[in-house]
Design a protein around this ligand. Structure first.
Ligand code: ATP
Ligand code: MG
Length: 398
């Protein structure tokens, strides 16, 4: 068993010693069987939250109404969730009601896909009540139970199916795929934030072209914010071969926005806002697209690199590589800049006020910007004395 499980084993043993059942469940079991690394572990138990709290001295109620309690043990937190069934789903998303149950099978039955419905005992024994092991072996994503019903209960599961197809490089089983194709419209009931999480994970999976092809072929893309008119651009992305160079969400969204040919700041902002993406990501993508535009015109000057900043330069190089243009070595060029961000300038507002006699105000900002530009363009050394003298001269000239 991966080492991440080791410190959790005594926690499961303690729950069992008190007369309840406890298992590792979900993604950590799936990924362990696949031989993939795991980042967190989930524990499911027949004990009710009050019973868990009676067994362990230190717990935190992280989501007690859903049955989740965090057990604190030797400085680590372990999320345990009581076996539960869900009912209601009147709005195609959250269940109206969760009911705690004592049966593992009932808990696994409500999970989305067979590969996510495996449980593992503390000693490593796998409990496979829905054929998840053979689906893992055959690399298949298959809904637990009737796909149609399961997607009506929670439409986000359709996005999760295409996300796992990409993440794991698996195929979607026929009936499950039909369930998605027939019910895509239900996705409009789901909060955009939750769709975005799955879509971003799709872009960062093991095989994004596979996930994207399902996303296109099932028409799911039509029910995501603002993608309905971009089938061709999405298809180009699904046909691209260089996805493995993309390492993070900033790079993934930069490539996507570039592929959609959104170049104008306003267009980029409005598209990304509809996806409810955070402002820092929007700003990043704007810088990248601006830089990419300059890269395409061949010569990139120091100032453009400086203004973009290191992260945006890295993403722009990824975009250039992804679309197969020459990009020289912009990261090297960035590394050679005399200063890489404004904090490295050898003077600041305080110096200039005290030593160059400039008054605080807009003029001060302009002087700093000019000094910065000259240093970046190697017209001036980044030296306090020189910069103060230059500032004085700028002021005298008015
Ligand atoms: P990841 O490695 O991306 O975290 P994961 O399988 O752990 O993958 P989570 O979203 O963390 O995915 O969910 C944990 C588990 O909870 C899943 O493996 C699945 O059993 C169950 N689950 C999560 N979301 C749903 C859902 N919408 N419907 C049914 N079951 C779900
Ligand atoms: Mg998880």
């Amino acid at each position: 068993l991966p080492t991440l499980f080791e410190p959790a084993r005594p926690v499961l043993q303690k729950i069992e010693a008190a007369g309840y059942e406890a298992y590792f469940v979900g993604g950590c079991v799936r990924d362990t069987i696949l031989g993939d690394s795991i980042h967190d572990i989930d524990i499911a138990t027949s004990a009710y939250p009050s019973e868990i709290k009676a067994i362990f001295k230190r717990t935190v109620d992280t989501g007690i109404q859903h049955g989740t309690v965090m057990i604190l043990d030797h400085g680590t937190g372990y999320e345990t969730t009581t076996f539960r069934t869900e009912s209601g789903y009147q709005d195609y998303r959250r269940p109206d009601k969760v009911t705690f149950v004592r049966s593992l099978k009932d808990d696994l039955k409500r999970r989305d896909f067979t590969i996510n419905a495996l449980a593992m005992k503390e000693d490593g024994t796998v409990i496979d009540l829905f054929n998840g092991l053979s689906d893992l072996q055959n690399q298949i994503i298959k809904a637990v139970g009737n796909p149609e019903e399961r997607f009506h209960e929670d439409a986000l599961r359709m996005m999760r199916a295409v996300r796992f197809a990409s993440k794991l490089d698996f195929n979607i089983e026929d009936a499950t795929l039909k369930g998605i194709t027939d019910n895509g419209e239900l996705l409009t009931k789901i909060a955009v934030e939750r769709i975005e999480v799955e879509f971003s994970k799709l872009l960062l999976g093991l095989n994004p072209p596979k996930g994207l092809q399902y996303f296109i072929d099932t028409n799911l893309y039509q029910y995501c914010p603002n993608l309905i008119n971009y089938k061709d651009a999405l298809q180009k992305l699904a046909d691209a071969h260089n996805w493995s160079i993309i390492k993070n969400k900033q790079q993934a969204w930069s490539v996507l926005i570039y592929a959609l040919q959104l170049t104008d700041r306003g267009q980029i902002t409005s598209f990304m806002k509809q996806w409810k993406l955070p402002n820092d990501l929007i700003n990043h993508v704007q810088k990248v697209i601006k830089l990419v535009d300059i890269i395409k015109q061949d010569h990139v000057d120091n100032l453009a690199l400086f203004e973009a900043g290191m992260d945006a330069v890295k993403s722009a190089v990824i975009v250039a590589k992804f679309f197969g243009w020459p990009h020289h070595d912009l990261v090297d060029q960035f590394d050679r800049l005399p200063i890489q961000d404004s904090h490295q300038l050898a003077v600041n507002g305080g110096n200039l006020i005290q030593q160059a006699g400039i008054k605080p105000g807009p003029e001060l900002g302009e002087v700093i910007a000019r000094l910065q530009r000259m240093v970046v363009n190697e017209q001036l050394p980044n030296n306090t004395e020189v910069l103060i003298q230059t500032a004085k001269r700028i002021i005298e000239k008015g």
